[in-house]
Design a protein around this ligand. Structure first.
Ligand SMILES: *[C@@H]1O[C@H](CO)[C@@H](O)[C@H](O)[C@H]1NC(C)=O
Ligand SMILES: *[C@@H]1O[C@H](CO)[C@@H](O)[C@H](O)[C@H]1NC(C)=O
Length: 360
């Protein structure tokens, strides 16, 4: 059965780690040993570190199958793994010698069976789990995976419960004792050659690629890495660099606008200050001139000196009233004008005359 790329095939991790709760020395019943529904994982009443012994008590395990078994803490003493030529049964009580053909074996434990003399030819090294060292455990009996094309064969179908995005579904695993490159057809019970890409199929096991598509033909192996065309990389790279530089330029533009605004404000401030300064000078000048020109106080020498010094326009000599700068409003008014350059050219600002202004 073909699994979609985004289908998760997992066996409930809850039951994967879960063992019984009885500790070493507690009472247990071997009659409770079983394979769990859906996952076919071995279960007993004893906890992960023990098995149910023959005298009805939990006993520490005598061997382990995994490099890193569940249920142990760091530093715990682990039972040994079995050496070559031996196996550790599901109960994990002790290592046993591999079993000859026709002996009883446990589900999916091909490794419990002794390999054939020509194991080098028959052994599956593809990692698909077709056999172990040329031997298989089918329907709990050891046999060799040596059946040839067109010869009768045995098949074992095991329905596992799997979970996909759409919920629970049944995943049937079908195993046979045909030699490599062949599969055991479930209906005819005869070994058939595995099919090439594009040929019609009804199950994954029929395809060389191990992938029977939903459309009913053999597809490329799911294990083949997916390659993308060069343009995909180009588009992604453009996207990355475009995004980076786009952000940089957007920030640059925004900040430039802000900078320009700030500069304009500072310029305006400078202009106002300058205008005030000029006004003050002018007022001082006017005041001096008017004081000097008072009758009886006249002193031509000083007058000359001041006028040389001041060197302002005629307006500077005008009566103070006429020159009184209407304070902020006048400046603002000036600033609102085109702002160009009377100042920059060093000319003095002339606030608009307000003849009727008689605040002084
Ligand atoms: C395979 O089986 C043969 C025969 O039983 C045995 O001699 C050999 O060591 C086994 N190979 C492996 C890798 O277990
Ligand atoms: C094939 O394997 C069976 C055991 O499963 C054995 O009895 C038989 O002799 C083997 N046949 C060949 C040709 O090796």
């Amino acid at each position: 059965m073909h699994l979609l790329p985004f289908t998760f095939l997992f066996f409930s991790s809850y039951s994967l780690v879960r063992a019984g709760s009885a500790n070493v020395g507690d009472a247990c019943s071997q009659g409770q040993n079983r394979l769990q529904a859906g996952t076919y994982q071995f279960w007993s009443e004893c906890n992960s570190q023990s098995y149910c012994g023959p005298d009805g008590k939990c006993v520490k395990k005598g061997c382990r199958r995994d490099d890193f078994p569940f249920g142990y803490q760091p530093g715990d003493h682990l039972p040994p793994k079995c050496p070559k030529g031996q196996f550790c049964p599901d109960e994990e009580d002790q290592c046993q010698t591999v079993l000859p053909v026709d002996s009883d074996c446990q589900l999916n434990r091909d490794d419990q069976c002794e390999g054939p003399p020509n194991w080098k030819d028959l052994a599956d090294i593809s990692g698909r789990g077709i056999n172990v060292n040329g031997s298989v455990c089918l329907n709990n009996k050891c046999m060799w995976a040596n059946r040839t094309l067109g010869v009768d064969c045995l098949v074992e179908n095991t329905p596992y419960i799997a979970y996909g995005t759409d919920g629970e579904f049944v995943d049937i695993v079908s195993r046979g004792n045909c030699a490599l490159g062949l599969y055991c057809d479930a209906a005819q019970k005869v070994c058939m050659a595995e099919k090439n890409l594009g040929e019609a199929c009804t199950a994954d096991k029929e395809c060389q690629s191990w992938n029977c598509l939903a459309s009913g033909v053999c597809g490329v192996s799911e294990a083949v890495p997916r390659h993308f065309a060069i343009w995909v990389y180009v588009v992604v790279a453009l996207g990355i660099f475009g995004g980076m530089f786009g952000t940089l330029f957007a920030l640059f533009w925004t900040h430039r606008k802000q900078r320009d605004e700030e500069r304009e404000k500072r310029l305006q401030y400078w202009r106002e200050q300058n205008a005030f300064h000029q006004n003050l000078l002018q007022m001082r000048e006017t005041a001096r001139a008017s004081i000097l020109s008072l009758p009886g106080n006249g002193n031509s020498a000083r007058s000359t000196m001041y006028s040389r010094d001041g060197a302002y326009t005629d307006d500077a000599q005008a009566p103070i009233l006429a020159n009184a700068a209407p304070k902020a409003s006048g400046l603002r008014h000036y600033m609102a004008d085109d702002g160009s350059s009377e100042f920059d050219d060093g000319l003095m600002m002339q606030p608009p005359r307000q003849p009727h202004d008689n605040r002084f």
